[in-house]
Design a protein around this ligand. Structure first.
Ligand code: E4P
Length: 219
């Protein structure tokens, strides 16, 4: 399972990269705004800075919603760095753009996916990644994990190569359940990734080992 971090915060990206388990980064316009990154040149520079930190795919989202401008924007983003994946929303013009990008060797991440029908369409258009937002489905009392299961079944039925990128991950159990289902990738906050480390028996066990060692050494 690939681990992506879902942030535009350079410090957090570095921390995850330093841990040695990071496979990529996803961003979106809200995450960029959260870091105070505004203005075309600053956004471009920030994407380049992210690409310089991480060994893996970096999703950069278009903000256009019509075919011509999605293509123009996506091609410009793709030229920034060979790690850039163009993130395109699941709308009619977006699906057309994904088909265009996949036919022209540009990697895509189809975002804002909330149903298995949308995921089927993204795969048919040739998306590199599809991003079902499981946390946001959970937020409205819908089973986000069931959607990941359905997409896995559909993609396996037909051998679609589009990778399931479980997005809107909120906590450790989301990651573990997605791994059990067979999501190809998960993208989540640093807190969820670091949360995987935690178990009280690990902490207690280590404290005991260190105390016993110190006692035996007469410290
Ligand atoms: C996916 O690529 C999105 O950036 C993200 O996972 C959305 O998560 P949120 O629902 O926590 O905003």
């Amino acid at each position: 399972m690939k681990f992506f971090i879902d942030t535009a915060n350079l410090q957090q990206i570095k921390e995850a990269q330093d841990l040695g388990v990071l496979d990529g980064v996803t961003t979106n316009p809200s995450l960029m705004a959260k870091e105070g990154i505004t203005g075309e040149q600053n956004v471009i520079d920030h994407y380049k800075a992210i690409c310089d930190i991480v060994d893996g795919d970096v999703s950069a989202e278009v903000i256009s919603t019509d075919f011509d401008n999605i293509i123009k924007e996506g091609e410009a983003l793709a030229k920034l760095h060979d790690r850039i994946v163009v993130k395109v929303p699941m709308i009619k013009e977006g699906v057309k753009a994904i088909k265009y990008f996949s036919s022209n060797g540009i990697k895509t991440n189809c975002t804002l996916v909330f149903s298995s029908g949308q995921a089927l369409l993204a795969a048919k258009a040739g998306a590199t990644y599809v991003s079902p937002f499981l946390g946001r489905l959970d937020d409205i009392s819908t089973d986000g994990l069931a959607l990941i299961e359905d997409i896995r079944l559909i993609y396996d039925n037909y051998g679609y190569e589009t990778q399931i990128l479980a997005a809107s991950i909120r906590h450790v159990m989301h990651i573990v359940e997605c791994a059990k289902i067979g999501a190809d990738v998960m993208t989540g906050p640093l807190s969820a990734i670091l949360g995987l480390l935690k178990h009280p028996l690990t902490d207690n066990g280590l404290a005991q080992f260190l105390a016993d060692h110190a006692k035996a050494a007469g410290k």
